[in-house]
Write a protein that binds this ligand. Structure first.
Ligand SMILES: [Zn+2]
Length: 120
């Protein structure tokens, strides 16, 4: 599939890790940055997906100002959050190939169903 697009959106949420190095983390928040990568062919009008449609869908599904521990039903790690978002995006945009979630400016995790993937 020759084309890839990326849509980036940010949201804020609270969480804590119930088990982190043998103890529970205090409750805190992050300004998460989500990067959704989609891949495929372009349509007759020359685009793969409508950026605005992906963006407004992300606005609908991202758990803005929510408690991630309640939503993820388990460890509220960045890795598991990336998977949760990926699965929701896939319901509407099956072209999704990877979702990155940045917890801070330096730390990010991604989820993909691909066996291997290069330089997204
Ligand atoms: Zn945290």
């Amino acid at each position: 599939m020759p084309y890839r697009v990326k849509v980036i959106r940010e949201f804020s949420a609270a969480h804590f890790l119930e088990r982190y190095k043998g103890r529970s983390e205090p409750l805190h928040g992050h300004n998460y940055r989500v990067e959704v990568v989609l891949e495929g062919e372009v349509n007759d009008e020359g685009y793969l997906v409508d950026f605005l449609e992906v963006n407004s869908y992300l606005k609908e599904i991202l758990p803005e100002h929510r408690m991630l521990n309640d939503i993820l039903g388990g460890a509220s790690t960045t890795e598991r959050l990336a998977r949760w978002i990926y699965e929701r995006v896939k319901e509407r945009f099956p072209q999704v190939v990877e979702v990155w979630v940045w917890e801070t400016g330096k730390f990010a995790a991604s989820y993909t169903e691909r066996k291997s993937i290069t330089s997204l």
